[in-house]
Design a protein around this ligand. Structure first.
Ligand code: CU
Length: 261
């Protein structure tokens, strides 16, 4: 969230907070598990990935991992991280480890409580998903797992090069989500600088059947958040506010191999 000057009345600057894209970050330590390794470690928190913060309050209601239509629960360990670098306000980050027993495509997801965003006067609920392929068995990545908000990939969501085009289809409440915004951000661990604010969040739209695509410019973890409509919810002030119900997906792009252009 940042301040923007929205108007000047007799020399007084009126400012409003303009929120950059919120993202539930759900990141495994790898997108591909090779023979000999068994443990996948995952982290999740609610942040602004390109800017490195602020981090927001975040509570998981439901989470799991789905393989071949079977679901396993995940148990998370909570840690507290500063909302902003150096700030006293702390928010949760969750970690878990999952033991892989057989080959296949594992779809990990988290479904958090709606978060009230004062700057936007609405709730935000982001259901996030990420894939791990284990031991060379690649089937099943194109299957939805029945989330209330879900991006179903048309591009295999692991083993992706930078420069690849990612295609997905958005479903909100089971229906293809037509003509909605899909926000795209890079998980900016390296402190990459942008030339101007619009570069922080890239935006593409779904078509009339809920399909979108985005070409990944450089290597790293990239998040897609399709902004859906989740009806209304009552806040503690007694008033009803709209709920933005977002489908989030994280994928990893690998750098081009040495010696190619
Ligand atoms: Cu925020």
């Amino acid at each position: 969230m940042r301040k923007l000057i929205v108007g000047v009345i007799s020399g007084i600057f009126l400012t409003a907070s303009v929120a950059q894209a919120h993202f539930v970050l759900l990141k495994p330590n790898t997108d591909i598990l090779e023979e000999g390794k068994r443990i996948v470690c995952l982290k999740t928190w609610f942040t602004h990935p390109m800017e490195g913060g602020p981090n927001m309050d975040y509570h998981i209601i439901d989470s799991g991992v789905v393989i071949n239509g079977k679901k396993y629960k995940l148990k998370w360990k909570e840690e507290l991280i500063p909302a902003l670098k150096g700030s006293k306000k702390k928010v949760p980050l969750y970690k878990t480890r999952f033991k892989i027993r057989r080959p296949g495509v594992y779809q990990f997801y988290v479904d958090p409580e709606p978060y009230f965003e004062p700057a936007e006067q609405k709730f935000i609920k982001q259901i996030a998903k990420v894939y791990v392929e284990a031991f060379g068995m690649e089937d099943g990545w194109d299957q939805p797992i029945g989330l209330k908000a879900e991006i179903v990939p048309l591009t295999r969501p692991f083993g992706i090069w930078e420069g690849n085009t990612f295609r997905g289809r958005v479903f909100i409440n089971g229906k293809p989500a037509a003509n909605i915004d899909v926000e795209v951000e890079y998980y900016n661990k390296r402190g990459v600088k942008v030339p101007a604010d619009p570069f922080i969040t890239q935006v593409v739209k779904t078509d009339e059947n809920g399909y979108f695509e985005y070409t990944i410019p450089w290597a790293g973890w990239w998040g897609f958040s399709a902004l859906g409509d989740g009806g209304k919810l009552r806040y503690k002030d007694g008033k009803e506010y709209p709920v933005e119900l977002d489908a989030v997906l994280w994928i990893k792009a690998y750098p081009k191999p040495r010696g190619v252009k």
